[in-house]
Design a protein around this ligand. Structure first.
Ligand code: ZN
Length: 599
């Protein structure tokens, strides 16, 4: 049965290129999962985009002497390049600065407002004494009252991550001219998160299949909910559709509020692009549909507490009950799949400390599948994990090149040289049958792991088939069977069939290599589709063209099953699948990210 599966991928913030820590959290796992779901015949909708509003964008635009719009246009493009280069198969990767996103955000807010889950609150806002004008949050700086960090901003402390109000800061001062701001009464919007304590707790109690770290963390969060501000004094973001607020020059939604709504708005945009404006409802309103959210662990709170509370509020399912909003009854997440952090020498990747490896640099030198493999087999699935060049070189050379690349190469080469085509098998012996049975059985075990986002176990089982096939060839020695071509051909046919099976099992992880193996086995057409960039016209606050990532994955040939390799199909000598890396790379790192020594 074909199930609608929503893959909701965390939205990268459009303030710079992505590093490999980012894509190990949200990127590669979500794509492996989506590719598998498509291969088993489910209807996948994989959506995301760049998160483009908020104070940090404005601060950075100020620092670079440019406008927020120019900044997000530039970085959304850089990020799209990173993600398309990795082969992440989004159905739609869009941006939060579109008209559509602004409208969907406002409509969802209206439902929360109508149901009484948002109230206004008088707080103290900063104004500049010299001009009498509102001082945006980003221009108010002072010492964090929670951690003592001296350069906390008016909306948030970058050191401890806590949300702040400008009036909370100790020794507040204007970043423009150093003057001490005056604080006057202003209004903000507060989301009544505590009104969802009961409904969130009972929903989380049903999520027994989640990774334990995610579930336990989420339950602890849900036990202590406080009202959260959803507006800021800011002039870059989504306007607030209330009388007296709509045209206010300095009132916008808080960036985290509009960003999580992006999953819904991107689905709505995707549907509009297909010409069937209601098509998104298959993934959001059908009770049989499933929704999987992928992110790094620093984003769990937004996906397991805040976003479900918005959905419950829109559905009229919090303490105050209420009406179902204009979107209809929306599904809550089936699962929040969170990764831990990929670290370097024990620390989070950090641009300021120089411990950073950008996706673009990595792809240029090593290609996408080596990184996809490393993240899948050795990434931070369940615990913080250190990236080392040494391990990357070892896994690329010994696992990808020696094990998998070599199995493909020697099987196809021998068949090409001796027969010129897929050989015809004769009576199989028990060793042949045992290997074939093993690779057929792997579809169930690997598939079960993938359906549960257990990527390490899944790729481990797939690579076990590769290892067994290499052992089989070494033991059967088809190259010594000149006197018995019938037996030789049976061995080679068996090996090629297992190469075909292993390639299918590895397709979600290594889609680029999978296409090459498909062709090396004499196949034609698209085995595994890749995303591309498309111009979506101008939209929203964007003065320039709004480009998206999308792809037509329906015509992929890859299916999650063992398909017989056709006897007699012509074969040619293949080119090597994976280039071996110079072992010295493991000691020095590449020139653009040298390993720091002597600390
Ligand atoms: Zn702090």
């Amino acid at each position: 049965m074909s199930i609608p599966v929503l893959t909701a991928v965390a939205w990268p913030y459009a303030n710079g290129p992505r590093h490999i820590g980012h894509v190990s959290g949200f990127g590669v796992p979500s794509d492996v999962f989506s590719r598998y779901q498509r291969m088993v015949g489910n209807r996948v909708l994989m959506v995301s985009g760049t998160d483009e509003h908020g104070t940090p964008i404005q601060v950075q635009a100020d620092a670079e002497g440019t406008t927020p719009r120019e900044l997000v246009d530039r970085y959304s493009r850089v990020i799209q390049d990173d993600l398309v280069g990795l082969g992440l198969s989004y159905d739609l990767f869009t941006r939060t600065s579109t008209d559509n996103h602004h409208r969907v955000t406002q409509d969802l807010f209206t439902a929360l407002w109508n149901n009484g889950y948002v109230r206004t609150e008088k707080t103290l806002g900063a104004i500049s004494p010299s001009t009498g004008r509102t001082l945006p949050d980003r221009y108010v700086e002072g010492t964090c009252p929670i951690c003592g960090y001296p350069s906390a901003r008016g909306d948030q402390c970058d050191n401890c991550g806590n949300q702040l109000d400008p009036a909370d800061l100790i020794n507040p001062h204007s970043r423009i001219n150093g003057e001490t701001p005056q604080f006057v009464e202003t209004e903000h919007l507060l989301f009544d998160l505590p009104a969802f304590s009961k409904s969130l707790a009972s929903w989380l109690d049903t999520r027994t299949h989640w990774r334990p770290n995610v579930l336990n963390f989420s339950k602890r969060l849900a036990e202590d909910l406080k009202p959260r501000a959803i507006s800021r004094d800011l002039d870059w973001g989504v306007r607030i559709p209330l009388e007296g607020w709509r045209d206010a020059p300095m009132k916008r939604f808080y960036v985290w509020f509009d960003a999580v709504i992006g999953y819904l708005s991107a689905s709505v945009e995707w549907a509009a692009r297909t010409g069937d404006a209601d098509a998104w409802k298959q993934w959001w309103c059908d009770p049989e549909a499933q929704a999987y959210y992928f992110m790094g662990k620093d984003n769990i709170t937004f996906h397991s507490v805040m976003w479900p509370a918005f959905l419950l509020g829109q559905n009229g399912e919090g303490d105050r009950v209420g009406e179902v909003g204009s979107f209809g009854h929306l599904n809550l997440p089936t699962e929040v799949v969170s990764s831990e952090f990929l670290t370097m020498s024990g620390s989070k990747f950090s641009t300021s400390r120089g411990t950073v490896i950008y996706v673009g640099d990595f792809l240029r030198d090593f290609g996408p599948d080596a990184l996809r493999y490393f993240i899948s087999v050795a990434g931070p699935e369940n615990q913080d994990t250190d990236f080392t060049w040494d391990e990357f070189v070892r896994r690329t050379n010994f696992e990808l090149a020696n094990e998998w690349g070599n199995l493909v190469n020697r099987s196809v080469s021998m068949a090409a040289k001796n027969v010129g085509a897929v050989p015809e098998p004769s009576a199989p012996d028990p060793a042949d049958e045992a290997l074939l049975a093993q690779s057929r059985a792997a579809f169930a075990t690997v598939g079960d792991h993938l359906a549960r986002s257990r990527f390490k176990q899944a790729i481990g089982e797939a690579m076990r088939v590769v290892g067994e096939a290499n052992a089989y060839l070494s033991h059967q020695e088809p190259w010594k069977r000149k006197d018995d071509p019938a037996r030789r051909d049976t061995i080679l046919h068996t090996a090629l069939q297992v190469v075909q099976d292993a390639n299918t099992l590895l397709t979600p992880f290594l889609p680029h290599a999978a296409q090459k193996v498909h062709e090396a086995l004499g196949g034609t057409g698209v085995w595994a589709e890749q995303p591309h960039r498309e111009d979506a016209g101008t939209s929203g606050e964007l003065g320039t063209s709004h480009s998206v990532l999308t792809g037509d994955y329906a015509h992929e040939q890859a299916r999650w099953e063992s398909t017989p390799i056709p006897v007699g199909r012509p074969l040619a000598r293949p080119t090597p699948l994976f280039a071996k890396l110079d072992p010295s790379l493991g000691e020095t790192g590449p020139s653009w990210a040298p390993i720091q020594t002597g600390e």
